[in-house]
Design a protein around this ligand. Structure first.
Ligand code: GAL
Length: 570
């Protein structure tokens, strides 16, 4: 499959590919005409400008929660938790976009690049009532109709490597981008079962009681996740066990493992002054602190080793096999926390670049600590070339519609996303959110701040039964999902895909941001608590209802149901 690297100007050295050990470029031929790219080194950075077809739709740019098709929009790819509009801000921006004309473009930069997605240049505008006196004028008018431009600014840079991918569908295009990173991640089957995160203020006795409850009530929970309270300091982190609440932490983990649970711990990458690794880590830290903690330069192998060794010795060798790597994003919207773009890191990155690299480098450090033990962990930020990393993104943002859009969009960019269930407004809301999480790559209930032990305890007595039924559906999906992850690993085809990825020739799919392909051949069209009715589009193909096995025609349908609409492509 064709992939082609084009180098413009003098690229920077602190770029995502440099820190991706599985990066693998195989040169191929593409039909994209590199001579159409206009570049310029400006006072603001490096500009690229190239024509797109007027009807070419634009998708991707990472975990965009607020928009789907970016045609005609301006995005600035800033790492930011809690985005409020479709401006490009996200936990996981990725400078890679794909188009409905079956091509994709990756820019190997850690800068908060600006993309002006498809606009007419002044010399391309036809103007009302223009008449053409010459052939050139006639063609100029025609170009105005046929062409828009993609304008990109890479701040502070003097050049960039741009990778062009082409294929027969967007799925093929995205698969090549994922293979450039080394292929999709490998995930253990247990990682695909339910992860239940307990309340943050909990003791080892409560954790064991909860584990017993799940066993006795036959709730298929694969992993128990502990929130901040397991540590002595958590904003920033000591990585030291809070013996007040967990006097026999190691025994508790052992017992949980014997009961069949896996154990996941919340943490951040910011090192608190009371941490046993603080002094050792200090020479490797950036020049700003976050919540009084060091921000280690995890691009440095020595810094990674200090963190990994401590984690392995104190936690992983005791049976912990997953982490929730929280708040490595930062937010300009909720208190402007984290470090500035001017921060300096010993490895040469500045704050802007470190924001783009931190999620992936923190993730790689956690994997180094796990030392080959399989995991599917969580992380709050990710960036370019992340497909090989077994981390799922999640968020504080809590709009169900945005969460569904996140599932759909994640497949464009080599990242995974969980529509986690946390606080819910009603039993209906809980069940609708449970349905979506069960049909996602990572089924997650996050009760860290829940008034009751389990979110379903708040509602009716039957609620737990309904949740159990859904969790059994989840269990039945694991073999398919596991096969989808194997395919992701070997071929780069992601386990969740927008419909436009598989049916790129069908314009009906171009705006569908609330349906997705899951595993390989399930089409999922979630409902929210707002309504039991929605429109569902089934592209060309032979479909059956996943639950009833009744055949369903391709095309648009109005569906009313309390279940989640799911269809299987035969
Ligand atoms: C947030 C995170 C929540 C929870 C909380 C604990 O950043 O999104 O899920 O872990 O921290 O303080």
């Amino acid at each position: 499959m064709p992939t082609k690297k084009l180098t413009f100007g003098t690229p920077e050295t602190v770029v995502p590919s440099r820190y991706c050990p599985t990066f693998h470029y195989v040169e191929g031929k593409v039909s994209f005409d590199a001579s159409t790219v206009i570049t310029e080194k400006t006072a603001r950075g490096f500009m690229l400008d190239f024509p797109l077809d007027a009807d070419e739709q634009i998708y991707g740019f990472g975990l965009q929660l607020k928009a789907f098709n970016h045609k005609g929009k301006k995005l600035v790819l800033r790492v930011n938790a809690d985005p409020i509009k479709d401006t490009g801000d996200t936990h996981a921006p990725v400078p890679f976009f794909v188009t409905s004309h079956k091509r994709g473009f990756f820019f190997d930069t850690a800068r908060a690049a600006e993309f002006y997605c498809g606009y007419p240049r002044i010399n391309q505008r036809a103007g009302d009532g223009d008449s053409a006196d010459t052939t050139d004028a006639l063609y100029a008018t025609r170009a105005a109709v046929d062409t828009t431009w993609m304008n990109i600014l890479i701040p502070g840079a003097a050049g960039v490597d741009m990778y062009v991918f082409e294929g027969d569908t967007l799925t093929e295009v995205v698969a090549q981008y994922n293979m450039l990173a080394g292929g999709g991640c490998e995930v253990p089957d247990w990682g695909l079962g339910l992860l239940f995160r307990t309340h943050h203020d909990i003791t080892e006795k409560d954790v064991l009681e909860m584990a017993n409850h799940f066993v006795e009530h036959k709730m298929p929970v694969a992993t128990l996740g502990l929130e901040p309270g397991w540590q002595t300091k958590h904003y920033s982190c000591s990585y030291n066990i809070n013996r007040g609440n967990f006097p026999h932490f190691e025994d508790m983990v052992k017992q949980l493992r014997e009961m069949g649970f896996h154990v996941n711990l919340w943490e951040q990458c910011f090192v608190h002054p009371s941490s046993p690794i603080y002094d050792e880590m200090k020479p490797y830290a950036g020049d700003f602190t976050v919540w009084d903690g060091l921000v280690p330069d995890y691009t440095n192998p020595d810094a990674r080793k200090i963190f990994a060794d401590w984690h392995r010795k104190t936690l992983i060798e005791k049976g912990v096999d997953g982490f929730k790597a929280d708040e490595c994003d930062g937010s300009d919207y909720t208190g402007s926390w984290s470090f500035p773009y001017t921060a300096k890191f010993p490895g040469g990155a500045d704050g802007e670049q470190m924001h783009a690299l931190l999620g992936a480098m923190y993730g790689r450090t956690v994997l180094q600590a796990l030392d080959g033990r399989p995991t599917l962990s969580e992380i709050r930020s990710m960036g370019a070339l992340a497909a090989p990393l077994p981390f799922v993104l999640y968020s504080d943002l809590y709009d169900h519609t945005d969460f569904i859009r996140g599932v759909v969009n994640s497949g464009f960019s080599g990242i995974l996303w969980t529509p986690e269930v946390r606080s819910t407004a009603s039993e209906k809301d809980l069940m609708r959110r449970m349905q979506t999480t069960v049909f996602s790559v990572h089924a997650l209930v996050n009760a860290w701040n829940c008034a009751e032990v389990c979110p379903w305890f708040i509602y009716s007595k039957q609620c737990e039964d309904k949740v159990r039924d859904l969790l059994h559906v989840r269990e039945s999906l694991i073999p398919r999902l596991s096969a989808a992850f194997s395919r992701y690993h070997k071929t780069g085809v992601p386990p969740t895909r927008a419909l436009v990825m598989d049916w790129t020739d069908d314009p009906e799919t171009y705006a569908i941001d609330d349906e997705y392909m899951f595993c390989d051949n399930l089409l999922v069209a979630p409902l929210t608590a707002a309504s039991d009715t929605r429109r569902v589009y089934l592209p060309a193909g032979k479909w059956v209802n996943f639950f009833t096995r009744e055949p369903v025609q391709a095309g648009w349908h109005e569906v009313t149901t309390e279940d989640i609409p799911v269809y299987e492509l035969q």
